[in-house]
Every structure is written in C-alpha cells, then in structure tokens.
Design a protein around this ligand. Structure first.
Ligand code: NAD
Length: 317
C-alpha cells in the first residue's frame, strides 16, 4: 500500500512542487494550506486538499481524519522582511504552527516528520561553506522561528516518555529556486524577483552592494532529498543542509539573468539601496553530510535551472 504524506503548505512554491513529485512517485498526498501566499492553481488535483491553517486545531482535526503516514511540514511564513514587520505573526505560524503539527503527529501516532528549516538558522556563519555542526545564531527574526521549529521537532524525537517514537528530520534549505516561485511577490526568492523585474522591463533593486552571495539549489533537487529521506533510517533525528555547495553573488545573478534575456546593465536599470536587517553576507552550504548519509547530490546546474525558470516565466507572463 502506498504511503499517505501530509504536505503542509502544499499550495506554495516548495510544497506544491514536492507534492507533485510525491504523487508522480505513487504516494497519496493530503494538503493543508491557508492560501496566505500559496495559490489554488498550484494544488495538485490528485491531492486531497483541506483549506486550513496550521495554527487552527479545528482545521487540523479535519486533516487528521485522514490516515497519515508521513508529515512534510512545509507551511510557514517564509519572509525575513515580514518577520521584522510582524514578529508575532511569524512566531505564531512558524513556532505555534509547528507545535500544533507535532501535537497531532503524537496524538495520531504518525511516526515520521520532516521539517522545512532554513539556512537562516546559522545567522552569521563561523565560516563558509557552512557545516551542520557550526553555531546557530540566527540574526533574522524569521531565522529564530525556523530554528525554534527545528529544535521542537528534533527534541520531540528525543523524548522517551510518550510511548511513541517520532522520527524527525530537519532540512536547512538554502536559496531554493524553480518554477512557481512568485514573479511578483517581493518577499519571495531573489531569483524569481529579478526574473519578474527583467521580464516586465522594470528596474532591478539590489539591497546592499550586490557582493553578498547565496547558495541556490533547484527545487527538483530539494524534492529528491525530501522524498528520498522518507524511509532512510540514517536521516532519523538528523539535520541536513540542502544547497548546491556553490556560491553566487547577487551581482553575478543579475548579470546571468540579464544575459539570458539578451539584456545588459545598460539596457536594464539596476539600483542599489541600503542592506536590509537580517541579511547574511555570504552563504554556502557544505553538503557532504547529505551526500554521505542520504546519497544525495544536487544535479541541476544553476545556469540550466535559471534558464528553466526564465522559460516558465515567459510562458506564464
Ligand atoms: N524558498 C526558500 O528558499 C526556503 C529556504 C529555506 C526554508 N524555506 C521554508 O520552506 C517553506 C516553504 O517556503 P516557500 O518558499 O515555498 O514559500 P511559500 O510562501 O510559497 O510557501 C508557504 C506556504 O505555506 C502556506 N501557509 C503559510 N502560513 C500558513 C498557515 N498558518 N497555515 C497553513 N498554510 C500556511 C502558504 O499559503 C504557502 O502556500 C517555508 O516554511 C519556508 O520557511 C524556504
């Protein structure tokens, strides 16, 4: 019998892409999403969709009427900037929502829970590339709540007083990019924000000097890691970086994007503004732990993945 996976946030960018892949691989999928940033059109028609909020236990009662074998807890406030604008909302969703999901997992004896953590857990890293063993000192409010959620999930997995074992895994995802990342939402990923700007002939705004760097990992590589870890006992109780292991500066990202559109800095305006709070200067994942324990390696080259998003953006324009 195929397993049923609950994907929270399954109408969003990461959740919907992973839900599609799960269904393609023969899993049954249940989705809960409150559509705060997710879109109905992203929801796979073969999934069972419950419109609801992970903060609301009545909604979770409906979800857990289904027999769930595995939880992918992906719903969350995904914006650093919004976390500074409204820290309580970020806290309630990312920590309160995660505690609710844990409570329901325990109550319904769902023994496998995978959690969407973030590279922002590290804050200013000890060095790059960052290993999972490095200090976690988040500097963005968002990073604090993602890291707290991670600790709740893993600490529950250590409990021996429940008469039940929760096998938890946390993925510290770096900059995930791919199709369905919003081309218009300024709070989502920088790749799609820039692509949206260039596509519409708008100026591109860079916060800081553009020399800051990020590690971009394609959504299909991320989906492979999550799904591949479901039954992998080595992943139980563990944290994994999911990145490409390669660092690209924001200025490089702009130049590659412009080039893909046949444009350059003379034909598309770029403006530089002051850096924003919570911005990490350089980020790059050390992905050797996932390679060793999960036999996972990212396959999509950044230039190819970027071109795919650009093709999609042109189609959906
Ligand atoms: N995109 C990245 O690069 C990245 C990196 C690290 C971690 N993450 C984490 O991955 C997750 C998904 O991010 P994304 O980029 O797909 O963003 P997204 O905004 O597209 O997805 C989040 C989804 O969760 C839903 N949601 C939000 N609050 C909810 C609530 N209270 N109840 C039910 N549903 C709710 C939204 O409607 C949306 O569909 C987030 O938890 C984010 O923190 C993302």
């Amino acid at each position: 019998m195929s397993k049923t996976v609950l994907v929270t946030g399954g109408a969003g960018f990461i959740g919907s892409n992973i839900a599609d892949e799960l269904i393609d691989r023969g899993y049954k999928v249940v989705i809960i999403d409150n559509l705060s940033t997710g879109l109905t059109e992203n929801i796979n028609r073969k999934a069972k969709y419950i419109k609801g909020d992970v903060r609301n236990t009545k909604d979770l009662d409906k979800v857990f009427k289904n027999k769930i074998d595995v939880i992918f807890h992906i719903a969350g406030c995904a914006s650093t900037i919004k976390s500074f604008d409204d820290p309580a909302a970020d806290l309630n969703t990312n920590v309160g929502g995660t505690i609710n999901i844990i409570n329901y997992a325990v109550k319904h004896k769902v023994s496998r829970l995978l959690y969407a953590s973030s590279m922002t857990s590290y804050g200013v890293p000890d060095a790059v590339p960052v290993k999972e063993t490095f200090s976690t000192r988040p500097i963005a409010y968002y990073g604090i709540t993602k890291y707290a959620g991670e600790r709740y999930v893993l600490a529950t997995g250590l409990r021996e007083d429940m008469g039940f074992k929760l096998n938890a895994t946390a993925f510290r995802m770096f900059n995930v990019y791919g199709r369905r990342q919003s081309l218009t939402n300024p709070y989502q990923g920088v790749v799609s924000i820039f692509i949206g700007n260039v596509l519409r002939g708008e100026k591109v705004t860079v916060f800081g000097d553009g020399m800051q760097s990020r590690d971009y990992v394609h959504i299909s590589d991320v989906a492979n890691a999550w799904i591949g870890a479901i039954d992998n006992k080595k992943a139980f109780g563990e944290v994994f970086n999911l990145g490409s292991g390669i660092r690209v500066s924001v200025n490089e990202l702009i130049d590659i994007t412009l080039k893909s559109f046949g444009k350059n800095r003379k034909t598309n305006k770029i403006v530089y503004k002051a850096a924003r709070p919570g911005d990490q200067r350089h980020m790059q994942a050390d992905i050797s732990k996932a390679a060793r324990m999960l036999k996972w390696n990212p396959r999509i080259k950044f230039e190819d993945g970027l071109q795919d998003v650009i093709n999609w953006a042109k189609e959906t324009k």
